[in-house]
Design a protein around this ligand. Structure first.
Ligand SMILES: [Zn+2]
Ligand SMILES: [Zn+2]
Length: 211
């Protein structure tokens, strides 16, 4: 039985200047972190996972701080500090005893990313609407483009994705070159057009969405 794709999820977030997969992932992590901090800080399984990983990784810990979840962060990090101090008194090398488990947020981010990539490939195979919309107003970051191209795709749809996504990235490179040329003093009096933010978009396409 063919798996059912949900192209609307991607159609809803297509924009010419951001990768829909990065965007959905960023949104998921934001919401997931929020729900952990709002609802699960006293849940024994969540607490145990965070003990095992010694808290969130630096990126997700500071994202939690940025979300302003004072109470949730205080509960989690209070108990981590308490546990750390208890273990410290049993010997000075406790942090080196075992390698911490990976950050639980990173783990769920990885899983969700994989599922978005598979879903996008499936939707690309099945939805002409998605292919059409993408060709006029879509772009994928390099990393997600490579990952989607590695999925099972109908050969002609794969070629279509490769060509349309490459064209969008080439357009960005053209804008970036225009931006750079306007830095030259001969052209510095010229005003900027759509290339104004090309340098930021290039960061998105290579390094991913802003945290
Ligand atoms: Zn992306
Ligand atoms: Zn993390």
């Amino acid at each position: 039985m063919a798996l059912h794709a949900d192209p609307d999820r991607f159609l809803d977030v297509l924009k010419p200047d951001r990768c829909p997969l990065c965007f959905l992932l960023h949104d998921y992590v934001h919401e997931h972190l929020k729900s952990v901090l709002d609802e699960s800080v006293t849940d024994p399984i969540t607490r145990e996972a965070l003990f095992q990983s010694r808290g969130f990784c630096r990126r997700h810990a500071w994202q939690a701080v940025q979300q302003g979840k004072n109470l949730g962060v205080a509960v989690i990090y209070g108990s981590l500090l308490e546990k750390g101090l208890k273990e410290l008194s049993s010997g000075p090398k406790f942090w080196n005893r075992s390698k911490p488990k990976p950050c639980p947020l990173c783990e769920s981010e990885k899983k969700r990313e994989h599922s978005h990539i598979q879903q996008f490939a499936l939707a690309w195979n099945q939805s002409e609407k998605l292919r059409d919309a993408f060709s006029t107003s879509g772009i994928l970051c390099l990393s997600h483009l490579e990952k989607v191209l590695l999925q099972r795709l109908n050969p002609s749809h794969r070629k279509n994705l490769y060509e349309t996504a490459k064209k969008a990235l080439e357009g960005l490179l053209k804008d970036l070159n225009e931006f750079l040329e306007k830095q030259d003093y001969h052209r510095s009096h010229e005003s900027f057009g759509k290339e104004r933010d090309a340098w930021i978009q290039a960061v998105r396409m290579i390094s991913g969405e802003r945290e």
